[in-house]
Write a new protein. Structure first.
Length: 266
């Protein structure tokens, strides 16, 4: 058991947990930072281009004077293509907590290296992860947000609405009305030092601010689901290729992190 009864109760009530134990040492942080830079600068080319997304103002921009590392918004599915990031997703200290939250049979849905580049990192607005991923039943994701740089209010750390997960999935057309309801708790920023992490429920509303500072703010979001989860598939081909790592239809299985697989499930 990784969590105390108090931590479990806090997570159940608030839908997030800032974890007090360090996950990565300095060498592990440096290795992941270096790997991300090697990918962005093209020193390594094992990540297909569709999994590297630029900030909007740099898409189609051929200005070579900007450091490429300052243009990338996020990189996804790194754990499926890169052994170093896969090792991070399987980190025992993280997975032990995930097991306390969702049980012993665990799969990785996806990962997102949120680059939040210095000077250019844009706002990610309020959202629930599970609402964006309706292809799973039930919608019970848990995410680990692992800081590779210090995440502060100034450079765009995570902000959560405690307890918002209790209200269930909120359709996007009703999101503004929901967020303005006085029954909700006040938003709470969660600053995290490099090497530490936080966990949040897939239905917890969260956002990140802009990064206009000269400091980088990389965070690795690891999204876990129960291995018993049903996968309903994705009709849109581009969205499917992103989710299923460019595999032909019917060939992809989500990464088993711990426990056992189940026929007909993820």
């Amino acid at each position: 058991m990784a969590l105390t009864d108090e931590q479990k109760a806090f997570y159940r009530e608030n839908g997030y947990l800032k974890y007090d134990k360090r996950i990565l040492n300095d060498a592990e942080i440096d290795a992941l930072r270096q790997r991300s830079e090697d990918i962005v600068y093209g020193r390594l080319n094992h990540i297909p281009p569709r999994f590297i997304q630029l900030e909007a103002k740099f898409r189609g921009n051929t200005d070579l004077s900007v450091d490429p590392l300052d243009t990338v918004r996020k990189m996804t599915q790194l754990c499926y293509f890169d052994d170093l990031f896969a090792t991070a997703a399987k980190n025992k200290a993280i997975v032990d907590v995930i097991e306390d939250m969702i049980g012993p049979n665990i799969k990785l849905y996806t990962d997102q290296l949120m680059m939040k580049p210095r000077f250019n990192g844009t706002v990610t607005g309020w959202h629930q992860d599970s609402v964006a991923w309706p292809q799973f039943a039930p919608q019970e994701h848990v995410s680990c947000w692992l800081a590779l740089d210090d995440a502060t209010v100034d450079n765009g750390c995570m902000t959560v609405i405690p307890g918002s997960h209790h209200w269930g999935p909120i359709a996007r057309q009703y999101q503004d009305a929901f967020l303005s309801n006085p029954l909700l708790a006040e938003p709470r920023p969660v600053e995290i030092k490099a090497g530490y992490c936080m966990f949040h429920h897939g239905l917890n509303f969260h956002r990140t601010g802009a990064n206009t500072t000269p400091s980088r703010r990389r965070g690795l979001a690891l999204h876990y689901i129960r291995a018993e989860t049903m996968y309903l598939g994705i009709e849109d081909e581009e969205a499917r290729l992103l989710t299923e790592c460019e595999k032909p239809r019917g060939e992809f299985r989500f990464m088993l992190i711990r426990g056992q697989e189940f026929p007909g499930r993820v």
